[in-house]
Design a binder for this molecule. Structure first.
Ligand code: FRU
Length: 476
């Protein structure tokens, strides 16, 4: 399919039509990456939730599939995860076929309307044909609500040390861990986070993953939060520490963010990818997601990102970079070495991929020009030691008063140099600074195509490497 409507992302997944929010059920199986997503096939604003479905061989080119899960007598199908049950612990497998099992929240709108507080319960469904068709388990819900209004978004992983499935569940202002031998029977293990991290909103969409670090496991607990993000609205925080199969113990009390921009939310990782951790988020913000000015569809996903663990100042951080598969879509249009940045101009259209390196960190600004004075500005401000994206004049913003804004992120890296990777699509910029330790994603709605890029920097700044590439549309 070729999508060329105004404002249609050309290197990011968006559904052909209608509303989407969170990515769901991300699982890798037999050479295919599955991405399900919160979907309302009846309109372009949030409504009764279904799971839409799309598949990819390379995380970049997507083929949308029929809707996978429809609302049922237990309610709408809210966010959740999917696993490949390779040991057939669930017994859903037949004839040696590995079942894919989806674990999701059933949200009962009637219970909510009636003022109850137990209207969100966890249910499961399985597929024996690579995610094409799903059978809901007759014993649903498998995890009943004990009376917590916000009790949702189960992310399930196999944890080898205890040989059990661990469910990480968002429970209002904290995380609750549950364990299960078979995905059907769940036992509460522990709670985490009531007094740690950001608490400016409700906790949603968590994830739990482990990295190998010098022969030792370091665990990362991702917790999305809405509102209360560093640049307002919804955002993704995380904790680093240890998980012993029962309890998560944080290694420090620093509030860390996967992405400081306004437009990455509900991000979690694919399951069944071995040691590789591939993350993807919804590229919008609940402050205005229902109002952005696209017509046939609303909202898109971020570029899939490879996560890794780094140490800065004695603390662990997660760094994000676009998956290497994106390189296959890139054609270099300008490559420079030892560039004394000042007033340089590059003619270029979107989508594009840009990397640069400098030995020192000085004031520096990169502007993307859309004609008639409209620009998107990204850069680094030495005095405040912050990265920023300014979309104040980039295009349409009248749909919501929070939209026209300048967003900032502190610099965390301690090295002297700077390393920047940018993915710029028709309506989004993703900035990976200092090798991805700081990431910022912002969307925008320009009234004309991108024409050129210009750089303005402290005249002392020497750009060692600069590489600008054009990206092919994933829809061709
Ligand atoms: C996060 C969220 C989830 C919920 C889903 C409903 O964006 O609010 O907590 O499951 O969206 O669509």
């Amino acid at each position: 399919t070729v999508y060329h409507e105004r404002w249609r992302p050309q290197v990011h997944f968006s559904p052909k039509a209608h509303w989407t929010n969170d990515p769901n059920g991300m699982v890798y199986s037999n050479g295919t990456y599955h991405l399900f997503f919160q979907y309302f096939p009846g309109g372009t604003t949030w409504g009764p939730m279904h799971w839409g479905h799309t598949i990819s061989k390379d995380l970049i080119h997507w083929q949308e599939q029929p809707v996978a899960l429809y609302p049922d007598s237990l309610g709408y199908i809210f966010s959740g995860s999917a696993v490949a049950d390779v040991h057939n612990t669930s017994g859903f497998g037949k004839g040696g076929k590995t079942p894919l099992v989806a674990i999701y929240t059933n949200h009962d709108p009637k219970g909510e309307h009636d003022g109850k507080n137990d209207f969100q319960n966890q249910s499961i469904a399985y597929s024996l044909d690579e995610g094409k068709t799903w059978t809901k388990y007759s014993g649903n819900p498998v995890l009943k609500n004990p009376g917590i209004r916000d009790f949702r978004d189960p992310k399930v992983n196999w944890v080898e040390t205890v040989k059990k499935w661990i469910m990480t569940l968002a429970t209002q202002d904290h995380i609750t861990f549950f364990s299960s031998p078979d995905l059907k029977n769940w036992t509460k293990e522990s709670e985490f986070g009531k007094t740690l991290g950001a608490h400016g909103g409700v906790w949603e969409c968590p994830d739990l993953l482990a990295f190998d670090h010098q022969g030792k496991k370091v665990w990362v607990l991702i917790v999305n939060i809405n509102p209360g993000g560093p640049n307002k609205g919804s955002a993704t925080q995380y904790f680093t520490g240890d998980f012993d199969g029962h309890t998560f113990t944080p290694g420090d009390s620093i509030t860390k963010w996967i992405d400081y921009g306004a437009d990455e939310y509900a991000g979690i990782t694919w399951s069944n990818t071995g040691k590789r951790h591939v993350f993807l988020g919804w590229m919008s913000n609940w402050m205005y997601a229902n109002e952005v000015p696209t017509k046939t569809w609303r909202n898109a996903m971020t570029i899939p990102r490879e996560l890794s663990l780094v140490k800065e100042n004695g603390h662990f951080y997660v760094s994000s970079l676009p998956v290497k598969e994106l390189q296959a879509s890139a054609t270099t249009v300008s490559r420079r070495t030892n560039l004394k940045a000042n007033g340089d101009v590059y003619m270029c259209t979107a989508p594009l991929y840009l990397t640069m390196k400098a030995d020192e960190l000085k004031d520096f600004t990169m502007s993307f020009h859309y004609g008639a004075g409209a620009e998107l500005v990204i850069g680094f401000d030495k005095a405040s030691n912050t990265w920023f994206i300014d979309r104040t004049t980039t295009g349409e913003h009248g749909f919501n008063k929070e939209f026209a804004a300048r967003h900032t992120a502190p610099r965390i890296a301690t090295g002297k140099g700077l390393e920047l990777t940018l993915v710029v699509d028709e309506t989004s910029v993703e900035m990976f600074a200092d090798h991805g330790v700081i990431t910022m994603t912002d969307i925008f709605f320009p009234n004309a195509p991108l024409q050129k890029i210009s750089i303005t920097a402290d005249k002392e700044l020497l750009i060692r490497q600069w590489q600008l590439s054009k990206l092919k549309s994933i829809w061709k």
